[in-house]
Design a protein around this ligand. Structure first.
Ligand SMILES: [Fe+2]
Length: 289
């Protein structure tokens, strides 16, 4: 597959992409939109063959791809699973993503795997643990990872540093980048009664390699006091506003519209992607270098 570019989504600067969903394979394959790229969870494609891989192969033939993993459990008290890393590397070698990312969370302890991305206290000990795991994963994959900021629902005790401080130290020590999920920032700031703007301004801008935008919803029981990162609604006006402000400040970055629940028609998602693309194109040429 050496004929395909593994550079960014467009020679004209960062563009917006969509999550690739099985319901939309045909439209994704046929869509001629300039700069369109797709993101998948690699765990859904760690199989030996079959129609799912055939679709990915076909879409990847002329569209850039991002791999966004959920299975490395980088904040766990144990190194990433070598078998999982091996399968992930094989997938990356085959499909040559322009970027690979993972979550700042844990989901495995011993042989027990949880179906959630779980939080942890941001202590110096956990920073050492996360950095060891990120470095081990990058070494095994032979690639730089972007690490995504989590959505937080309660303020754990025992933090020794803020999340931007933790992320900045992790970037400095491992050479990883950041996947900045602006909806996650908004949800966490709302739930923990903190400032989303202050959080965004404290991040190391140069490390941010991709943006996620998604929808959220108030919890059934707690209402607006507890926002849930559902990925089941359009991006909110507040998140669009934070996105526009962030792109103006740090310059354009590849931006993904994440939608996993209440999946609308492909054209509806393409229209939402068009909003992100228009914001990216508004950024002055001087900021696009
Ligand atoms: Fe995300």
């Amino acid at each position: 597959m050496n004929d395909r570019s593994t550079a960014g989504p467009s020679p004209h600067g960062p563009t917006a992409g969509l999550g690739l969903k099985a319901q939309h394979y045909e439209q994704a394959l046929a869509c001629p939109a300039a700069g369109l790229w797709f993101e998948v969870h690699p765990e859904n494609y760690m199989v030996d063959g079959g129609p799912r891989l055939a679709w990915l192969e076909a879409v990847r033939r002329d569209k850039p791809l991002s791999l966004h993993g959920v299975g490395l459990s980088l904040a766990a008290d144990q190194p990433p699973d070598p078998d999982h890393l091996g399968r992930l590397k094989a997938l990356a070698d085959r499909y040559e993503p322009f970027v690979m990312s993972e979550h700042l969370a844990w989901s495995a302890r011993g042989d027990v795997y949880h179906p959630d991305l779980l939080p942890f206290p941001r202590t110096r000990r956990l920073l050492d643990q996360v950095c060891d795991n990120v470095s081990a994963a990058q070494d095994a994959l032979g690639r730089r990872l972007l690490i995504e900021n989590p959505s937080l629902y309660l303020d754990l005790r025992g933090h020794e540093m803020s999340e931007p401080e933790f992320l900045s130290a992790m970037v400095a020590r491992t050479g990883c980048g950041l996947l900045l999920d602006i909806n996650n920032v908004f949800v966490s700031a709302s739930n923990l009664k903190q400032s989303a703007v202050a959080y965004l301004d404290a991040l190391p801008a140069d490390a941010i390699g991709e943006i996620h935008l998604a929808g959220h919803a108030p919890d059934d029981r707690w209402g607006e006091d507890l926002l849930i990162d559902t990925h089941g609604a359009p991006v909110s006006a507040a998140v669009w506003s934070l996105y526009e402000r962030t792109m103006a400040r740090i310059g354009p970055r590849p931006t993904l519209i994440e939608r996993d629940e209440n999946l609308p028609d492909f054209d509806v998602l393409m229209a939402e992607r068009g909003i992100a693309d228009a914001i990216l194109r508004q950024i002055p040429e001087a900021r696009r270098a």
